[in-house]
Design a binder for this molecule. Structure first.
Ligand SMILES: Cc1cc2nc3c(=O)[nH]c(=O)nc-3n(C[C@H](O)[C@H](O)[C@H](O)COP(=O)(O)OP(=O)(O)OC[C@H]3O[C@@H](n4cnc5c(N)ncnc54)[C@H](O)[C@@H]3O)c2cc1C
Length: 542
């Protein structure tokens, strides 16, 4: 099977972009239907894999999803401790619901029919940002966000408006390029050639950092720190972080709303799984894929840990690209430049956090927030380094009060459920079980003490019913991502492209945090659609 490559060279869009687009290539031929068991085998039932499965099954392709864990969802999952139900990950999902601009994620939910399976609700608070001398509460829509900033920094009004314009313009540009990944040949060349003229905001900020944007819009260091507060979710400190990712995410949250899922993010994963089954697809949990079977340079199927094999015409990996390239397929099947590029990429950080159940309702104590960030300094570079070294007493922490979301699943009346989250490096966690547990216990208490500077009740043992830490090792066990990373690659301007959804193996695709539509639950689902779309294009399905 031949694979056509896009060999345009476009000085304007930058070397990284070109290199990745060339690597991505664009396959236009379809593998023979032959007697394969399935049209598409998907390795992993995180949101990327599930979203791909739903789009493919909707178009009558025979889909098999294989998941190593005993339930679907990957990060999008929940678990029970006593009377409390914890969402393992989701705080705030961008662009999820009806009634807004109806772009991006919500369109995908509607197309697959998953919108009928889940109830999304909007969170009124975007976040409260607290650091020495500053405490600002920001609503989850542009007007409220801008008013809160102007009330605190009236002298920055022009910059606040400018920031809004830059976010909206950049998002509009990105939306106008959203199908570029499907284009080949002259069409791709023409679209890319016109970028400097047509997508001016995208073109201006593609190589810039968040710091560059902040310096362009604002004077006060404090407003810069508050506006860029979500760096704690985007996988790099402000001076290193890609402006594009930040601008698009901010516009998505403030333009389309900040969403959560009734019944936790597990309900979204279950909704996808149910829809795939209704559409004739098959999902097998408790099934670890250990090998992609290769024949004549392309994938012919997969082998599982129990020795079972399934044949398929296409393979989609909801895994990190390292597992796919080095373990499941084998480096020898990949061009040297692809492997080299993969090895040169810097992965992002993982997370450390604490799941807490309290026997008091924090609302009765005056806390009606849903998302608070507390930082010991406004310097994100310093905070990043401290967190990566595990110095939590002097770091930053995200405090999420799920029991204030208005969904009774989290905690019974009179009680509260809180999650604390900070960055972490896999390397600091010992493999020896005893040492690991001892360190974890110490760090759990450190993170709680940090959060207690905003909510002192968190450190009162009389109020705490549950406190359970999670580390990069926990996340690695549940996702199999290298280093327990949840953001894919470190999100610098040099790496925002991540890896394309197609790979040098012409019938193998990738859909995960590590691929091009970035990270987060919304992006994972967009990645699923992109991988599915590339296959549907090859099948000639509109
Ligand atoms: C603590 C935490 C908080 C977060 N908060 C937010 C938030 O507020 N908002 C937001 O949008 N995002 C958030 N995220 C990020 C978001 O959850 C992820 O970006 C997204 O869910 C990742 O989806 P994915 O498709 O890449 O797959 P993953 O969730 O990484 O799942 C991959 C799946 O593949 C399976 N798998 C891997 N290898 C194999 C194999 N060989 N065989 C079989 N199965 C395999 C794994 O078991 C797993 O189920 C958070 C994540 C964490 C951990």
């Amino acid at each position: 099977m031949k694979k056509k490559r896009t060999v345009v060279s476009l000085s304007g869009i930058g070397a990284v972009f070109c290199a990745l687009m060339m690597l991505a290539g664009c396959a236009t031929t379809r593998p023979a239907a032959a007697e394969a068991d399935y049209d598409v085998i998907i390795i992993g039932a995180g949101l990327g894999g599930l979203s791909a499965g739903a789009h493919l099954a909707l178009n009558n392709l025979r889909v098999l999803v294989l998941e190593q864990h005993d339930k679907v969802g990957g990060c999008a999952t929940s678990f029970q401790r006593g009377e409390f139900t914890f969402d393992a990950s989701l705080h705030e999902m961008a662009g999820g619901g009806a009634g807004k601009k109806d772009r991006g994620l919500y369109q995908l939910l509607k197309v697959t029919g998953v919108d009928k399976k889940v109830e999304l609700y909007e969170l009124p608070q975007f976040y409260r940002s607290v650091f020495p001398g500053v405490d600002v509460d920001l609503p989850s829509n542009w007007e409220g966000f801008k008013t809160a900033l102007k009330d605190t920094w009236p002298e920055e009004s022009d910059g606040i408006e400018k920031f809004h314009r830059i976010c909206s313009d950049t998002m509009d540009d990105l939306m106008s390029l959203k199908d570029l990944f499907r284009y080949t040949g002259a069409r791709a060349f023409m679209v890319k050639a016109m970028v400097p003229l047509r997508q001016r905001s995208f073109f201006k900020y593609k190589d810039k950092t968040v710091q560059d944007v902040l310096d362009e819009c604002f004077v006060s260091e404090e407003i810069k720190a508050v506006v860029s507060q979500l760096w704690v979710y985007y996988g790099a400190p402000v001076p290193d972080q890609s402006a594009l990712v930040f601008l698009a995410a901010t516009e998505s949250y403030l333009g389309d709303g900040v969403w959560h899922i009734k019944g936790t993010s597990q309900a979204l994963a279950n909704g996808y799984a149910e829809r795939i089954s209704e559409l004739g697809g098959r999902i097998e949990t408790g099934t670890l894929v250990t090998r992609v079977i290769m024949k004549d340079g392309i994938a012919a199927g997969v082998k599982t840990a129990t020795g079972r094999t399934y044949t398929g015409r296409y393979i989609i990996a909801n895994t990190d690209p390292y597992q796919l390239t080095f373990k499941l397929i084998g480096e020898k099947y990949f061009p040297r430049d692809y492997v080299k590029r993969l090895n040169e990429f810097k992965p992002a950080n993982s997370l450390f956090g604490v799941y807490m159940g309290l026997n008091i309702d924090l609302k009765d104590f005056g806390y009606d927030d849903s998302e608070i960030f507390y930082s010991t300094t406004s310097d994100s570079g310093v905070l990043y380094d401290r967190m990566m070294k595990g110095e939590y007493s002097d770091g930053a922490v995200a405090i999420t009060i799920y029991s204030n979301y208005g969904d009774s699943i989290y905690a019974p009346p009179g009680k509260s459920l809180v999650t604390l989250t900070g960055y972490s490096d896999f390397g600091m966690w010992p493999s020896d079980t005893k040492e690991y547990r001892a360190l974890k216990d110490r760090k759990v208490d450190e993170l709680i003490s940090l959060a207690a500077r905003v909510i002192p009740e968190l450190a009162d043992p009389g109020y705490v019913e549950i406190k359970e830490g999670f580390t990069p090792r926990t996340l690695k066990r549940f996702t199999m991502n290298r280093g327990g990373v949840v953001y894919g690659f470190y999100l610098s301007p040099q790496q925002w492209q991540k890896v394309p959804n197609d790979t040098p193996i012409s019938n193998v695709y990738i859909t995960s945090n590590w691929s091009q539509a970035w990270h987060g639950m919304g992006s994972a689902q967009v990645n699923g659609w992109r991988a599915a779309r590339l296959i549907l294009d090859r099948e000639g399905i509109k």
